[in-house]
Design a protein around this ligand. Structure first.
Ligand code: IP8
Length: 258
């Protein structure tokens, strides 16, 4: 059994969330370099959409289900996030990491916004071949709503559970999950303190159609309850991604089950 890590790098690290379809190429290059440095076992990489997708999804109302307007927005939204996915795979290749795309639009269905089915066979075969599958949040067809937006955070939880990951990392552009009243990082979130933590969570800035920090934590709490711990850390701080991957100390917020 391979030691599998599922890592999500947020769209705010890789893109400028306030400008439509604007990448941060130097950050993409650094993230790819650190993945190369830290990679030891199997890795599934998931990236946020950032400004490649959220703006388009909002413009076409993709979260409102399928209608004459949203149907025209599926391709622009998918195309945008796929462009970011290409840049990341290219950067990984430049660093000697074999990586391939898996696009949820073509591999996944939703039911009322939740993953209903996903073809994970291709991901497992990639892992067996020491290839890093690179996925992303996407516009995905939905059995109830027609269309919806699948967040990378939901993918993290689903894939970590399906593929029995050892640990999960969520790389964001802040030092962890913040208590907005005290303005300090919450070091640990468990089922025992999740209710009090709920009131302390902040939303993220910029256009984000899948819910910001609160949505992320609720998804990770589900995962912790299934026995897979996760760590929210600052992926903009040089070295953190490599440290997280190779098991070194990477400060942030730990999310664990009881
Ligand atoms: O940035 C959203 O994924 P996220 C995907 O992981 C789109 O929430 C296309 C907006």
């Amino acid at each position: 059994m391979r030691d599998l890590v599922v890592l999500k790098v947020g769209g705010s690290v890789l893109t400028d969330k306030n400008k439509s379809s604007t990448a941060r190429p130097e950050q993409i290059a650094r993230v790819a370099r650190e993945i190369h440095e830290g990679l030891s076992g199997g890795l599934v990489l998931i990236h946020g959409a950032g400004s490649f997708g959220h703006h388009q999804a909002k413009e076409y109302g993709l979260k409102n289900g399928l209608n004459e307007k949203s149907i025209k927005g599926i391709w622009p939204t998918h195309y945008a996030v796929k462009s970011l996915n290409n840049m990341i795979i290219e950067a990984l290749a430049k660093n000697g990491v074999n990586a391939l795309p898996v696009h949820p639009l073509s591999a996944c269905t939703l039911k009322d916004g939740r993953i209903d089915s996903m073809c994970t066979d291709v991901i497992e075969l990639m892992l067996d071949a020491n290839v890093v599958p690179v996925l992303h949040g996407d516009a995905v067809l939905d059995r109830e709503k027609g269309i919806d937006i699948l967040s990378g955070d939901q993918l993290v939880v689903y894939l970590a559970r399906e593929l029995r990951a050892k640990k999960v990392g969520i790389g964001t552009n802040v030092d962890g999950v913040y208590d907005v009243k005290e303005f300090n990082v919450i070091r640990e979130i468990t089922p025992g303190n999740i209710e009090s933590v709920r009131g302390m969570l902040s939303g993220s800035s910029g256009v984000d159609v899948t819910g910001g920090m609160y949505g992320k934590i609720m998804e990770l709490m589900e995962l912790a309850n299934a026995g897979i711990p996760s760590q929210v850390f600052n992926a903009e701080k040089e070295g953190n991604i490599a440290r997280f991957l190779n098991g070194g100390v990477c400060e942030g917020t730990s999310i664990r089950g009881e």
